[in-house]
Design a binder for this molecule. Sequence first.
Ligand SMILES: *Cc1c(COP(=O)(O)O)cnc(C)c1O
Length: 341
Amino acid sequence: MEKQNIDWANLGFGYVKTNKRFVSYYKDGKWDEGALTEDDTITISECAGVLQYAQTCFEGLKAYTTEDGHIVCFRPDLNASRMKDSCERLAMPVIPEDKFVDAVVKTVAANADFVPPYGSGATLYVRPYMFGSNPVIGVKPADEYQFRIFTTPVGPYFKGGVKPLTLKVSDFDRAAPNGTGHIKAGLNYAMSLHAIVTAHEEGYDENMYLDPATRTKVEETGGANFIFVTKDGKVVTPKSSSILPSITRRSLMYVAKEYLGLETEEREVLFDEVKDFAECGLCGTAAVISPVGKIVRDGKAIEFPSGMSEMGPVTKKLYDTLTGIQMGRLEAPKGWIKVIE
Ligand SMILES: *Cc1c(COP(=O)(O)O)cnc(C)c1O
């Protein structure tokens, strides 16, 4: 198969239309078979549930080429089960998990010419999503839905080298204690936009959100979970029922323990302890881990010993090990790599 003529190494993170996308319709209480289509537009009622009451959720994962030339995805079964949780919380019909994975495989295979080559640093971003599509004016769940997957090639995250981030402890809250913080709902992002625009205007890269009830505990950023490294080399990640369970973070914690022999802890992390950590990173599909150099609260800065020019040593080891597993340079735990072709 001939690859697209794209300058992979210089691609950014923006939408690029690819050949095919997957669509399945839910109507009269059931999902249809679903199919690939070339049509990249959607026509729905002006009164569709998604437009009036934001009934929508999504997932995000990547397809890429491994060292030995296979196109693969990383743990798509976990995206399927997380989307199931999102659907249930938003009163949407669940897309069966095997159907989800099958649709990811079909969509990536149909866009294989857009999967960047090994070593380019670029990947094919895969975006499954679902929304209520029929008219809803009284507040209630829609009766009809579309489950879709599109793909778009994205460039290397650390183009031009790693630059540790500066975070602001946000004055805004992300997710209420019994709210929707633990699911991948579009609404969580809609309400984070004002906060991130404000942070950017003030010169920060990202927001750190604290628990809204007490504002004493670390939750996450708008789209990535935290990991911290203690001065004695323990890897710590915050535990909270309003954090989105990042697949990258869960994989990194496994890698820390099973591949690197490090002690790991998932527990409540007080903001007051943050100043004592040696390293801090943000985990998510896009970057795997981005190092954090500085966190500012009310004008007072915490600066990590790892500094503002490189990843800390443990963060780097975690990054190298997980990306090694993903790219097929290191043996993966059973079931982590889904081979597409
Ligand atoms: C998607 C997401 C993450 C990262 O999850 P991954 O599965 O690692 O990509 C973290 N936090 C939030 C709020 C998210 O929406």
